[in-house]
Write a protein that binds this ligand. Structure first.
Ligand SMILES: Nc1ncnc2c1ncn2[C@@H]1O[C@H](COP(=O)(O)OP(=O)(O)OP(=O)(O)O)[C@@H](O)[C@H]1O
Length: 231
């Protein structure tokens, strides 16, 4: 279970972006988070993925409260998450080839064996051909780079996926392809998903339930009331 309990977070302590927000994602569940620009969805997603330290509240991952965020978080907790952001170019080291980009989390966690095979397998999964893998980010399209970023997010076989407007910059066919990759991965592994976006139609189709931001803010505790949209 991924549980945010009464979380307050932001960038200036006296003026948090949001206060007292609670949200729960069950293993295997896909929760969409919908809200207006600037309300704090990305900030919440970053807290949930251990990338942004909240000012108050608790994050519990698979029963263990998180005490440290970012590089200070224990490796086992950090590697439980795969994260994909909207702007692939900001989250990709421009010096790395796509092969090295996808393999980055393996190398960072000291897993050097079988890297080539795992990268090839994931490249095929996300639809990257071999000729693209030797290129650097500036030599590929936004959609191709986002495919590589999704492969990177899956490379450690995370139990939780956080997709922060993953498809906002992409055309319909690339969007459909990447959503399918995420859903195939979830079907195979039982991973849970928090998908942030603006596109209600996409989130309603993709997710088991879609939560509106305004139902979260000020919610005291417990799972927020979402809009049930699926099984
Ligand atoms: N690094 C930062 N430093 C200071 N303020 C920030 C930072 N990142 C975001 N903010 C501010 O925090 C607020 C929430 O931003 P956030 O990106 O979480 O919103 P969002 O709902 O994801 O928006 P969008 O849908 O436009 O991506 C905004 O007012 C934004 O300007």
């Amino acid at each position: 279970m991924l549980e945010l309990r009464d979380v307050t977070a932001g960038y200036v302590r006296k003026a948090p972006v949001f206060q007292g927000v609670s949200l729960t994602v069950r293993p295997g569940q896909a929760v969409g988070l919908l809200g207006p620009s600037g309300c704090g969805k990305s900030t919440l997603a970053r807290v949930a993925a251990l990338l942004h330290h909240p000012d108050a509240g608790t994050l519990v991952v698979d029963g263990t409260p998180v005490r440290r965020w970012r590089h200070r978080a224990p490796r086992a907790q950090r590697t439980a998450f795969g994260v994909v952001f909207q702007q692939a170019r900001l989250s990709a080291d421009p010096r790395l080839t796509l092969t090295d980009l996808i393999a980055e989390p393996l190398r960072a966690t000291g897993r050097r064996e079988g890297v080539g095979g795992r990268v090839a397998e994931l490249a095929a999964t996300v639809g990257l051909t071999a000729d693209l893998l030797g290129r650097r980010p500036h030599e590929v399209s936004d959609g191709q780079l986002q495919r590589a970023c999704l492969a990177r997010a899956l490379v450690l076989r995370p139990r939780w996926l956080v997709c922060d407007e993953m498809t906002a910059m992409l055309d319909a066919s690339t969007t459909a392809a990447l959503v399918r990759v995420v859903e195939d991965y979830r079907a195979e592994t039982g991973a849970g998903l928090l998908a942030v976006g603006h596109d209600r139609v996409l989130l309603d189709r993709w997710c088991d339930r879609t939560v509106e931001w305004h139902t979260l803010t000020g919610t005291p505790t417990g799972t927020p009331t979402g809009t049930p949209t699926g099984p």
